[in-house]
Design a protein around this ligand. Structure first.
Ligand code: S3P
Length: 203
């Protein structure tokens, strides 16, 4: 089946393998709209998915992991999308899936590390929801990411053994976007209660 994602201003066409969960969840979220969406942003490996899932469960919101939704939609994993379609196509998909989520309520979205840095994604999230930046130091990120490098095409560009230096440089480029979040929370030994209570004040 082929589908146009009409919610984005930029029409895109991709082979769609599975999309029922996304549609069902979006329908339910629309029906029960109440609270602002919460977007977790931050560098790869900062804990956006784990904490997003936990946060959603506790505040009774639906959880979406942007990368997982893209993978389900296209029927390919992130590495395959990067290698077969290219990064530009991935960014367009990422933008389109994000757009499709921005008019929903009662959702927590764990974004990808690059999401706020492309198109008008940051502004889109700012306009409708609460953005939380999980901030971590390059050295801490490098430790976490060393073993999962292969799953992240962006990190393949880093020279072996030089992961921390690569992350430091890359993070500095992205920090201007990240620091525009409504809330910033330290990702090393993240205090979940602080995250929870801070977010609640914004809902
Ligand atoms: C990316 C981060 C990844 C994924 C893709 C690109 C990035 O998500 O979206 O590999 O540009 O930082 P995670 O932050 O969940 O690893």
């Amino acid at each position: 089946m082929e589908v146009f994602l009409k919610s984005s201003k930029i029409p895109i066409k991709f082979k769609i393998k599975r999309m029922p969960r996304l549609l069902v969840m979006l329908y339910l979220c629309k029906k029960h709209s109440m609270g602002k969406p919460v977007f977790l942003i931050g560098y790869m490996g900062s804990g956006k998915s784990t904490n997003g899932r936990k946060l959603a469960r506790i505040i009774g919101y639906f959880h979406f992991d942007l990368d997982e939704e893209i993978e389900k939609l296209v029927g390919k994993n992130i590495n395959q999308i990067f290698s077969e379609e290219g990064e530009d196509a991935f960014r367009l998909l990422e933008h389109s899936v994000l757009v499709s989520l921005t008019n929903r309520k009662n959702i927590v979205v764990s974004t990808g590390g690059g999401t706020p840095c492309y198109y008008n994604n940051l502004q889109l999230m700012k306009d409708v929801g609460v953005i939380v930046y999980i901030k971590m130091k390059p050295e801490s990120l490098a430790k976490r990411l060393q073993s999962s490098k292969v799953k992240r095409p962006i990190l393949v560009r880093a020279q072996a053994g030089d992961l921390s230096a690569f992350i430091a440089k890359h993070l500095a480029q992205r920090e201007d976007f990240y620091k525009q979040a409504h809330l910033t929370i330290k990702g090393e030994n993240l205090d979940f209660d602080i995250l929870l209570n801070s977010v609640k004040e914004y809902l």
